[in-house]
Design a protein around this ligand. Structure first.
Ligand code: ZN
Length: 551
């Protein structure tokens, strides 16, 4: 069977056979119905999502002599001769830079269409045009004759000049939903009498990643080699990984079977399993387990917290896995963290957390007390130094940390740079090596510097409790560090979990071109009216209310 047969054969010839882009199709249909055809459209979106197909159906429909509700009639003169119609001009900007073609457009554009109502120019991968071709195109887009329609298509809208975009009606094509692809594949296999197991068909939809063209190509290839397509065929030929394999992998983690886990990961690599599919499937497994763990009190797997952490770490890998030498290795190392030996350690540290919190709050409570004057102590005034210590401890409540973390991480992102991070890592290493204060050393020894600007460095620690303890001693840490390194750095600590969330947000913001602006830091709070209430409440437990006066 010819490789592209199915894909060509099932290329949409009316609007209802374009899958998964209902919203845009309805707008185009309305435009035809109301005779409001724009002179320029731009279709953007991933490959195989129907941009060119839609362009062709639309071009056919606006030239059709008897258009129907569903677009072209496919029976009239115009429809029947669409393929050889000289008024439909297709240009693939990917195969050449297009200057000559665009020049030709300009030269011929004034000529009326030879056979049809509209001359339609479909320019595929328009972002590949050279600058001079774009400039030439721009001229024609500025004042196009009435009988001309441009349909530009691109997989990279960011690379299309804004001057072009502003003259086009824009349509964003999105990846086609798996359920829609399954529906279409089912239609094709029953029409073509192809024998395929339903899980194999779903797997094809899955690995085609929202592209109908890929889904049909895969189906095509498999149907030419197998009598009946099974899930094993799909996995073997298209670098996928089955649900069972993912489930086995998870079991190996739970059973602490490092050897077989390692073997399995190596096998994935050997089979060239698509690592993106692998990560995606692992994430789905994690979601499944997380839901199961919440529903069953006797759930034996990893804790919800660990699953969440694992999900964030895997998602994180997929952000830079493209440039890494061996993505399988990164995935393996990430998953190894969740083997039992490490789990024990983590459980131990996690258990410390509530204790740590108690210690902090006990400290706050006792120190706060010293600032409350019972009638007896009114005579002995607090000295300045002591009240400063008190207010510093009062700011160290978990709520204030959250605010401070938010602000300092944000301010660090304003001009975080790789070279600052490298320099800071060096300075931090020296600082830790020379640190004499044992308590501080215990607190900081497991910290990592994860990002830095010229003013702020972000530290992470495995558990929230430790990070908060560090934040309670920031002033001390900063003083010591800056004195030794002759810098003026500020620090902030957060758990690895929280950091992963911040990182995700940063990446999203980066994509949306959000610019970070400096935020003002929350002030170190003096004993103000707001926290007097709090102190009063604490004091109630110990003193008779009548005798308390708060400064
Ligand atoms: Zn027609």
């Amino acid at each position: 069977m010819d490789y592209k047969v199915l894909y060509r054969k099932y290329r949409p010839d009316n609007f209802s056979s374009i899958i998964g882009q209902d919203y845009m199709i309805s707008i185009l249909k309305n435009a035809i119905k109301n005779d409001k055809i724009s002179h320029a459209y731009i279709f953007s979106g991933p490959r195989g999502t129907g941009k060119t197909s839609t362009a062709k159906v639309f071009a056919k429909a606006i030239n059709c002599l008897n258009p129907t509700e569903d677009g072209p009639c496919n029976k009239c003169e115009s429809c029947l001769h669409f393929k050889e119609n000289a008024d439909i001009i297709e240009i693939d900007a990917a195969s050449n830079n297009g200057v000559d073609e665009i020049r030709e457009i300009i030269n011929n554009i004034k000529l009326a269409p030879a056979y049809s109502k509209y001359k339609v120019y479909i320019i595929d991968e328009v972002h590949m045009l050279s600058t001079s071709a774009f400039n030439a195109l721009l001229l024609t887009l500025e004042e196009p004759p009435k009988h001309v329609v441009f349909i530009l298509a691109t997989t990279n809208i960011e690379a299309v000049p804004i001057t072009i975009l502003s003259r086009c009606q824009r349509f964003d094509f999105h990846k086609i939903a798996i359920s829609d692809i399954i529906k279409r594949l089912n239609y094709v296999v029953s029409n073509e009498n192809i024998k395929i197991d339903s899980d194999a068909l779903e797997e094809i939809a899955y690995i085609s990643d929202g592209g109908m063209r890929d889904a049909l190509s895969i189906l095509d290839q498999l149907s030419s080699t197998s009598e009946k397509i099974t899930i094993e065929d799909v996995i073997e030929h298209f670098g996928s990984v089955s649900k069972k394999q993912i489930s086995d992998l998870y079991q190996l983690i739970l059973q602490n079977d490092v050897d077989n886990f390692d073997k399995m990961m190596k096998k994935f690599k050997e089979l060239a399993i698509d690592y993106k599919v692998l990560i995606k499937k692992l994430l789905e497994k994690i979601e499944e387990e997380a839901i199961f763990s919440k529903k069953n009190s006797e759930y034996q797997g990893l804790s919800y917290q660990q699953l969440k952490e694992m999900a964030f770490e895997l998602a994180d890998i997929s952000n830079y896995v493209n440039i890494s030498i061996d993505p399988y290795l990164l995935i393996e190392i990430t998953l190894l963290k969740y083997f039992q030996n490490t789990m024990k350690e983590e459980i131990k540290t996690t258990k410390l957390e509530p204790e740590d919190q108690k210690i902090i709050s006990r400290e706050i409570n006792t120190k706060s007390m010293t600032n409350i004057k019972t009638p007896d102590s009114v005579v002995s005034e607090n000295n300045e130094e002591e009240s400063e210590i008190i207010s510093r401890e009062i700011i160290s409540t978990p709520e204030t940390y959250d605010e401070l973390i938010k602000v300092r991480v944000n301010n660090c992102f304003v001009n975080a740079k790789k070279e600052y991070l490298q320099k800071m890592k060096e300075l931090w290493k020296t600082f830790i090596a020379n640190l004499k204060d044992k308590n501080l050393l215990n607190l900081l020894v497991d910290c990592n510097v994860v990002t830095a600007s010229d003013k702020i460095a972000v530290l992470t620690n495995l558990v929230d409790g430790t990070a908060n303890l560090i934040n309670g001693k920031l002033k001390d840490i900063e003083d010591k560090f800056n004195k030794e390194s002759k810098t003026e750095y500020k620090f902030i600590a957060l758990s690895e979990n929280k950091w992963n969330e911040e990182k995700q947000e940063y990446i999203i913001n980066l994509k949306n071109k959000h610019e970070y602006q400096y935020m003002e830091e929350p002030e170190l709070k003096e004993v103000t009216e707001n926290n007097i209430d709090n102190i009063e409440k604490i004091a109630y437990d110990i003193f008779d209310k009548e005798k308390i006066e708060i400064e």
